[in-house]
Design a protein around this ligand. Structure first.
Ligand code: FPP
Length: 251
């Protein structure tokens, strides 16, 4: 791959070997507040938020990000009003229909993680179709977490693992740190290097609990509908300067 050009935080362009994050995960927070600040209903903010996704996806190849994972709907989000939940589900259906061609054209491979059982049949069909349509792409791997919760994912993985033990396919003494990730929704993805959360909240809210054990975190004040290429690029460039030791000591 060509050496990417990464703008530094002080906006000088420097040519540097790629030390930026390969996998970035984003908690897209602040849509509701963004809409409220404008005297509009919360769904207005979610629609504005959905429009930011394309710009962030299209920035990825320019800054060497191969994997982008975004938190679209959590297992806890069902507690929102029926109007907001229905509006979000409708938005996800419309997003897939509207964006499929652009995603395919741009070479994005789309995957969904999360528990599909509670989603409606039409949405599940669209998700499956988009995964199949884009399965041959590799420019960017976009993973959309939909009805996703980290604890729920670990519980579902454990259930499948336990079933394999019960079926005699796996011995309990062979279960180690390498075993469980194979049962997680993210089994084909590398762990995220950088997790970004917008809107000033410093929580991980049940997102990629297992996978983010050694991730760097950036909690930024920007509300998601105001997030874009420049800030994304700057955060990824900032990551390049950090030393990650994974619990060890670097020489
Ligand atoms: C959190 O903001 C955002 C969500 C629960 C929904 C995220 C969805 C999108 C960004 C748009 C759709 C995405 C795709 C992939 C089409 P919030 O509502 O909690 O905001 P608040 O904290 O200001 O209330």
């Amino acid at each position: 791959m060509a050496t990417p050009t990464i703008p530094t935080k002080d906006n000088h362009i420097k040519h540097t070997p790629h030390t930026g994050p390969r996998h970035v995960a984003i908690i897209m927070d602040g849509n509701g507040r963004w809409a409220t600040q404008r005297g509009r209903p919360r769904l207005f903010g979610h629609h504005a938020g959905a429009r930011r996704v394309r710009e962030v996806v299209e920035t990825c190849p320019d800054i060497g990000v191969k994997y982008l994972t975004i938190f679209a709907f959590s297992t806890e989000n069902w507690k929102r009003t029926q109007v907001e939940v229905a509006g979000l589900m409708n938005l996800f259906r419309r997003y897939i229909i509207k964006e499929a061609r652009a995603l395919q054209h741009f070479g994005v491979r789309v995957r969904f993680i999360g528990d599909r059982v509670r989603l409606d049949a039409k949405l599940i069909d669209l998700m499956n179709e988009l995964e199949e349509l884009t399965a041959g792409n590799s420019v960017v791997n976009l993973t959309i977490a939909l009805n996703y919760g980290g604890r729920d994912e670990v519980a579902r993985a454990t259930k499948r693992l336990a079933q394999d033990v019960a079926d005699g396919k796996l011995l309990p003494e062979n279960v180690d740190e390498e075993t469980l990730p194979k049962y997680l929704d993210t089994y084909v993805l590398p762990d995220p290097d950088l997790v970004i959360r917008t809107s000033g909240e410093a929580r991980i809210s049940n997102f990629l609990l297992w996978q983010s054990a050694y991730s760097e975190y950036e909690f930024i004040d920007t509300l998601w509908p105001d997030f874009g290429r420049e800030e994304f690029t700057s955060l990824c460039a900032g990551y390049g300067g950090r030393e990650r030791r994974f619990g060890g000591v670097n020489s």
